[in-house]
Design a protein around this ligand. Structure first.
Ligand code: HEC
Ligand code: HEC
Length: 347
């Protein structure tokens, strides 16, 4: 029997409360600044591990604090979902950020509360339809550059908490930029076909054989954190390959030191993180530091800075429990000069 896993109301960490009590308020302006500053640092390529460590420390010290408790869940989800990073260039959630993909460059839209330029006039159903079905209020099929393929697994409650929080933020009248994509990707029926082949909408269905902690971890990884959007390789049509779930990709789009390599994060001892201790994974998620002392870079540092550094402790433990019990997959994405017949290379 399959049961629906319902997430608990999220509690913020003591650390975040501490920060609020210390009087660092106005998280909106701080969040407004940080995706840009992370990007600037990463892009400038002068960022040494030490600078990044310092930056991450500052970001985590900022913490999450909003005046109204009822909006906290929405703010937390907005960070874990990575919405801010993708939808922000200089004004919070006002869009315009280019998202490169093998199918062209997409520009994120304005999702602020502005009724004309943003999504301020959307009903709850329209918002849920965008995240659950990948369909716009006018019935257009979104491109999966917007990872609704992940967000479809969110609970309705979480989606509505997100919407309530977005609506509480200031509007922006930034106009959307058109995507820069080739003609053959443009027609709506192409996306309808793609979705029909590659997309199964629906909230996360928990695994009753596993603990609530494991299920929470799976939800964080697969409904909110979209780990698989980067760490799972894709087929020719840009759909993630389920049999290689989180086994890494050579063709990821990253700004990291290792070019396009997105590592295998299944617990395979040779090609994944199977040789890492539990505490190593926790350290990476809290500071960005890998067991060899180097700092993770590129899209991962941005991803952590935009949200996952702020995970509550129970959530972090749940995510790590889930990751370390995944089936180990031998998939070597590090070999650049190996022949394609290498058994570890399946892409
Ligand atoms: C990887 C980048 C990325 C992330 C992360 C992301 N989005 Fe988006 N989002 C996009 C892009 C690109 C589009 C435009 C898709 C299209 O035009 O087909 C979009 C479209 C949308 C739309 C539709 C807006 C409109 O005007 O039709 C909504 C709503 C939205 N995103 C909300 C969110 C929320 C909420 C989150 C976090 C839970 C999020 N997005 C995370 C890239 C992203
Ligand atoms: C936006 C893309 C992106 C997303 C989303 C993402 N990652 Fe990563 N991740 C990367 C990249 C790129 C690297 C490698 C960075 C480097 O080479 O320094 C990485 C590195 C890692 C590493 C270090 C592995 C190693 O061998 O160095 C771990 C662990 C990890 N990610 C876990 C996760 C988890 C768990 C999630 C989801 C909660 C996640 N990542 C989401 C892109 C992403």
């Amino acid at each position: 029997m399959r049961v629906l896993f319902v997430t608990k109301i999220l509690n913020m960490t003591e650390a975040a409360d501490q920060t609020c009590n210390d009087g660092i308020n106005g998280s909106i302006t701080t969040f407004h600044l940080f995706p840009g500053s992370v990007l600037a640092l990463v892009r400038s390529r002068i960022a040494s591990g030490v600078q990044i460590a310092g930056l991450l420390w500052v970001l985590s010290a900022i913490g999450i604090c909003v005046a109204d408790d009822s909006l906290r869940q929405g703010e937390y989800l907005l960070h874990l979902g990575g919405c801010i990073g993708c939808h922000t260039t200089d004004r919070m959630l006002a869009g315009g950020r280019p998202i490169e993909s093998p199918f062209g460059t997409f520009y994120s839209p304005n999702i602020t509360s502005d009724p004309e330029y943003g999504i301020g006039a959307w009903s709850d159903e329209e918002f849920v339809g965008a995240l659950r079905e990948g369909t716009s209020p006018a019935g257009r099929h979104y491109f999966p550059a917007f990872p609704y393929t992940t967000y479809t697994r969110m609970t309705r409650n979480d989606m509505l908490a997100l919407k309530a929080y977005i609506m509480s933020l200031p509007p922006s009248t930034r106009q959307n930029s058109p995507h820069d994509i080739p003609w053959y990707v443009t027609p709506d029926w192409m996306m309808a076909y793609w979705k029909w082949r590659n997309f199964k909408p629906g909230a996360y269905i928990g695994s009753p054989a596993e603990s609530p902690e494991w299920n929470r971890g799976a939800y964080l990884a697969n409904a909110l954190g979209h780990c698989g959007e980067c760490h799972t390789p894709r087929n020719l049509f840009g759909a993630t390959r389920r049999e290689l779930h989180l086994a890494g990709s050579r063709w990821g789009v990253t700004m990291g030191e290792r070019k396009n390599i997105v590592p295998n994060i299944t617990p395979d001892p040779d090609t994944g993180i199977g040789s890492w201790e539990r505490s190593d994974v926790i350290r990476l998620l809290m500071t960005g530091q890998r067991p060899d002392g180097a700092y993770t870079s590129g899209r991962m540092i941005e991803f952590l800075g935009a949200g996952f550094l702020h995970m509550t402790e129970p959530d972090r433990n749940a995510l790590v429990t889930y990751l370390l019990t995944l089936p180990p997959i031998y998939h070597d994405v590090e070999f650049y000069n190996q022949p394609f017949s290498d058994p570890g290379y399946h892409e």
